[in-house]
Design a protein around this ligand. Structure first.
Ligand code: SF4
Length: 694
């Protein structure tokens, strides 16, 4: 066993994996991190952690890290290691040339949900103020952009309504399209504690996850729906609540737009939206669904938690609004124990969205076309901003193919591996004249890059992350950056090579600028975070204590808005060639595309992605447990090993997407959410055939 030895110093910081945002004490001997100890005073984790935060930090010192900048004129040329000065100078000259030849809208960039709020804010500032257009987007495009659209439309802002502790006052917990045990383990433990105390549980998921049944926990209702039918299930639940007189009319009259409610109630009451009529579509037994609806409406405080099984659909935004409708019709908003809570995936996806990473919004979710807001930023930044929303990631790739988009700056994202339709992403990147990638490792996207700028880990910088409960927490530098610069400093180097004259010397100054320009952050400062540990936005001023619960006296938008969400089947259909539906998810020990966790001992817990298949479907194909199979769809194919299990229903298969050898996104479709372009990762018609292996 390796001798750890007595630590010489410790730094309290925030985990860089999931949206729970656990606080750790990083214990050091010299410049060596020896262990991460969960911090008992961490408000999100209270001394708990999971295997990722505790053990999977080894990637920070991994031999694969690139610590020197590199350039090449063509993606067919070998990389050439150069100085920072030369790399930044080359990047700036290419950006200036392309802007002069093709205009500001030919340039854009992507912010990272793994970087700090301050770094994200600077990247979008560079793109808007330096490049001169609003072509900025973020990885939330492919995960929680429907949350942004849906919750902003119905409630007025894009964020979960509760703090994590609120679940301890819930009487009924409804989980839809989420597997907290694997995705948000520390919060899942708190939820399970409440369930053991007697709260009741409804799970809406095609798969029998650990939340459905595990030691000491059993859901009262598991609605094992056909993938792609979330809206039909939620509308049928609303039908039961309205037609059986279970709606909370007093709440609705006081807090919501009554006329819109009546229109919505008339819609959901139609017979075509009853559980019985929709049963052939949803595959959920009508009586089971009626029972779940009655329990949620009458069981006391009802809280809804959801994940990417809600958003990554062609009706992702509609599903988020259907969830909001369900919370409002039952009066479950604005107090402890209730609410609508997106379980954010990446550590700072909430923060990246808050910081103005979308092409149509400045920080704090204010539309770029709003003149008053724009003028505020223009006066502070000393520039004139484009008033037109910019391009989303898929539109940037499309525009690259028609020649109108030519240069991109990507900080801390691997869009070739994480975005849908890998072939299209590769073609778009290949068509660009200048691709700048800033990352820890030479990722898949870097295959198409002309300039590689080494990134820094969360251990090498100061800043803040915002977790899924809107909690802004400090990230503190534990060691010096291996490449010499934190990510925010690299962005500043590039900005100044573009003549922007930035003079930040510490992220606290960037945070002060964010607070000056963003009402929900108005009372946030580095000094307060040092003093108070964390703050939950909105924080209205220096004396405001923050907001654990939102929409307490009224919705941010004024009256809550009921939106009619008609079920529209996805265009992705099963048929004789592709008779099964594939859905995807994560596993506890791994994280997203695995770039970090695969470079740590955690790989021992999950060395490969497996395909879950029901015994009946396996028998029909002559498959045994552990057999290699070819997984093919209309888009592509991959090879992986089968595991035979009743966790999935007949006709449904499931896999994770952590290993590049599998590349599950090779088979996913081109369909996306109607409102936000969030890809429909969760529904793909596939066929499984025996294989001899890759
Ligand atoms: Fe906490 Fe999430 Fe990090 Fe695990 S991965 S320690 S649950 S923040």
């Amino acid at each position: 066993m390796r001798e750890i030895g007595k630590p010489e110093r410790a730094v309290v910081t925030t985990c860089a994996y999931c949206g729970v945002g656990c606080t750790f004490r990083a214990e050091m001997r010299g410049e060596q991190l020896v262990r991460m100890v969960p911090w008992k005073d961490g408000k999100a984790n209270r001394g708990h952690s999971c295997v990722k935060g505790r053990f999977a930090w080894g990637y920070a010192n991994h031999q694969d890290r690139i610590t020197e900048p590199m350039i090449r004129k063509s993606v067919d040329d070998p990389w050439q290691v150069v100085s920072w000065e030369e790399a930044i100078g080359y990047a700036a000259s290419e950006l200036k040339r392309i802007k002069a030849e093709h205009g500001a809208r030919a340039l854009g960039g992507i912010t990272s949900s793994r970087c700090t709020n301050e770094e994200t804010f600077l990247v979008q500032k560079l793109i808007r103020a330096g490049f001169g257009a609003n072509n900025v987007d973020t990885c939330a495009r492919v995960c929680h952009s429907p949350t942004g659209y849906g919750l902003k439309t119905t409630f007025g802002t894009s964020a979960g309504t509760q703090d994590f502790d609120s679940v301890m006052d819930s009487d009924v917990i409804l989980i839809i399209g989420a597997n907290p045990t694997d995705g948000h383990p520390v919060f899942a433990s708190r939820m399970k504690r409440r369930l053991r105390q007697g709260a009741r549980l409804i799970v809406i998921d095609p798969r029998r996850t650990d939340m459905v049944k595990s030691p000491h926990i059993e859901a009262q209702h598991h609605l094992a729906l056909q993938p792609g039918t979330n809206v039909a299930v939620l509308t049928a639940m609303a039908h039961v609540i309205v037609t059986e007189g279970l709606a909370d009319e007093a709440f609705i009259r006081e807090r919501c737009d009554w006329d819109e409610y009546q229109d919505w109630a008339a819609f959901v009451s139609q017979e075509r939206n009853s559980p019985e009529v929709l049963e052939p579509v949803t595959r959920v037994p009508a009586e089971e669904l009626r029972g779940a609806a009655r329990l949620f409406a009458t069981g006391g405080n009802g809280a809804i938690y959801y994940g990417l099984g809600v958003t990554e659909h062609s009706q992702g935004s509609s599903t988020v609004m259907a969830i909001a409708n369900l919370a409002m019709v039952t009066g479950n908003i604005g107090r402890r124990g209730v609410g609508v809570n997106p379980l954010r995936g990446q550590n700072n996806v909430q923060g990246a969205c808050d910081m103005g990473s979308f092409p149509h919004e400045l920080s704090g979710y204010r539309h770029i076309s709003d003149e008053e807001t724009r003028k505020l930023f223009e006066a502070d930044w000393g520039v004139t901003l484009d008033s037109e929303p910019g391009l989303r990631i898929p539109n940037m790739l499309d525009a690259a193919l028609d020649g109108s988009f030519r240069a991109i700056y990507i900080q801390g994202e691997d869009i070739l591996q994480s975005d849908p339709n890998t072939v299209h992403v590769a073609a778009g990147l290949k068509a660009m004249e200048c691709v700048i990638v800033q990352d820890l490792f030479l990722n898949e996207t870097a295959n198409y890059a002309h300039i590689f700028l080494p990134g820094s880990t969360f251990l090498e910088k100061d800043g803040t992350f915002t977790n899924a409960e809107r909690r802004i927490q400090p990230v503190r530098k534990v060691m010096e950056p291996a490449n010499g610069y934190a990510d925010w400093e690299v962005t500043q180097l590039l900005a100044n090579a573009l003549d922007l004259g930035w003079t930040y010397t510490h992220p606290s100054q960037i945070l002060a600028e964010i607070a000056r320009l963003t009402p929900s952050f108005a009372g946030v400062s580095w000094a307060r975070l040092e003093r108070e540990g964390s703050l939950q936005w909105p924080v209205k001023d220096d004396t405001h204590e923050g907001s654990p619960i939102m929409h307490v006296d009224g919705f941010v938008r004024g009256k809550g808005k009921f939106v009619v969400t008609d079920y529209v089947p996805t265009d992705e259909k099963t048929g004789p060639r592709f008779p099964l539906l594939l859905t995807t998810g994560r596993i506890l020990s791994q994280y997203n595309v695995g770039a970090q966790t695969r470079r740590t001992g955690n790989t021992a817990w999950h060395p490969e992605d497996l395909l879950e298949i029901h015994p009946t479907d396996a028998e029909n194909r002559g498959l045994k447990d552990g057999d290699w199979v070819k997984l093919s769809s209309r888009t592509g194919e991959t090879t992986l090993r089968a595991t035979i299990t009743e966790r999935v229903a007949p006709g449904v298969v499931y896999t994770t997407f952590h290993h590049p050898a599998t590349q599950a996104n090779v088979v996913t479709t081109e369909y996306s959410d109607w409102a936000t372009n969030c890809p429909e990762y969760k529904v793909t018609a596939v066929q499984i055939t025996p294989s001899n292996g890759p």
